[in-house]
Design a protein around this ligand. Structure first.
Ligand code: SAM
Ligand code: SF4
Length: 332
């Protein structure tokens, strides 16, 4: 079966799957405190999600990242991961990974390693317990630190994701960089993206990473590298710690030319671009027939509609979200 090539010649080899829109945290930049989640009846079953993922693997997708919401709070998720790992065993899939808030890792890290997961991204915005609770509203830092220890014991490689928030954690970058050096973690700083209503003013949260980098370079030497994970981060090595620091800058730097990914939601919608509202329904074709012909046709049509890029902006003229859905729908 043919590979997935979009109209701009980009090969789609990376599928991100938001397995649930629910979460046990309510991070201030991601969700409103009173979120209305999707009715459970709208969700694809884990068997259906497996069918869609496997159809993508057949079409040349060799990397899958599970995300959410919090992927590790979906019931049955470990069985789903165990099943998907069959594609690792055949070599069709080079990497199966996940992005998590880390709160469930104490329970699951060993099993994840057993199922062939080698590295994971863990989101953590502050090392100060009180600030961590402010940022996540419902989270506790000690749970995540416990989860990170479990990940280390299981041999999982960890990358930390930190959203840069003006006036909140911009005084902590030095501490986080040192901690990542001590713990042997790479770090990625992320700019806030204008996705979904969150009951806070994003202009107040937004810190351009160019400003963050200038600040960081007062204390650390950053050597730029051309290291790529196939993602949108530009990486440098922190000379003093030897660990990488990545900067994901959707707002100050456009990374669309090399985009190799699409995003599947837990209801079977396929988003061809994080920053656009356009999506394709895969649930209908999936359920209409037991073989995958209709599903594959729908995937082909969707890839044929992958847009050239996004146009995120946070400024005074653009105070409203660029897209109405929350990050937890497509998982970042
Ligand atoms: N719950 C998991 C977690 O927190 O890692 C996975 C889902 S979460 C939506 C994925 C990533 O998106 C996290 O690193 C989070 O910090 C980031 N994120 C959420 N909302 C964002 C926003 N509006 N702008 C930038 N990053 C955001
Ligand atoms: Fe949950 Fe992750 Fe969103 Fe925080 S960033 S509310 S942990 S989905």
């Amino acid at each position: 079966m043919s590979d997935l090539i979009d109209p701009f010649g980009r090969r789609v080899s990376y599928l991100r799957v938001s397995v649930t829109d629910r979460c046990n945290y309510r991070c201030v930049y991601c969700m409103a405190e009173n979120m209305t989640f999707l009715p459970k009846s709208d969700l694809l079953s884990l068997e259906e999600l497996d069918r869609v993922c496997s159809a993508f693997v057949k079409r040349g997708v060799d990397k899958i990242r599970l995300t959410g919401g919090e992927p590790l709070v979906r019931r049955g998720i470990m069985t789903f991961i165990e099943n998907l790992s069959r594609h690792l065993k055949t070599g069709a899939l080079k990497e199966l990974t996940l992005t998590t808030n880390g709160s469930q890792l104490e329970k699951y890290a060993a099993q994840l390693a057993e199922y062939g997961i080698k590295r994971i991204n863990v989101s953590l915005d502050s090392l100060d317990p009180a600030k961590f609770e402010d940022a996540t509203r419902w989270g506790h830092l000690e749970d995540v630190l416990g989860g990170l220890s479990a990940a280390k014991r299981a041999g999982l490689e960890v990358k930390i994701n930190t959203v840069a928030l003006k006036g909140f954690n911009d005084d902590e970058f030095d501490r986080v960089i040192q901690w990542c050096g001590d713990e042997d973690y790479d770090l990625t700083l992320i700019e806030t993206m204008p996705m979904g209503e969150i009951s806070e003013d994003r202009l107040n949260q937004y810190l351009p990473l160019s400003v963050a980098r200038d600040r960081i370079e007062k204390s650390w030497t950053l050597d730029d590298t051309d290291y790529q994970t196939g993602g949108p981060a530009a990486y440098a090595v922190v000379r003093e710690t030897g660990k990488r620091i990545g900067f994901i800058t959707p707002l100050t730097h456009n990374f669309c030319e090399s985009c190799n990914r699409v995003r599947l939601t837990c209801t079977g919608r396929l988003y061809m671009c994080l920053g656009q509202d356009d999506c394709a329904d895969l649930r209908g074709p999936l359920r209409q027939s037991e073989n995958n012909q209709l599903l594959n046709d729908a995937i082909d049509r969707a890839i044929g509609n992958k847009p050239k890029g996004h146009d995120f902006a946070i400024d005074r003229l653009n105070a409203a979200p660029a897209v109405s859905r929350h990050m937890s729908v497509t998982g970042g």
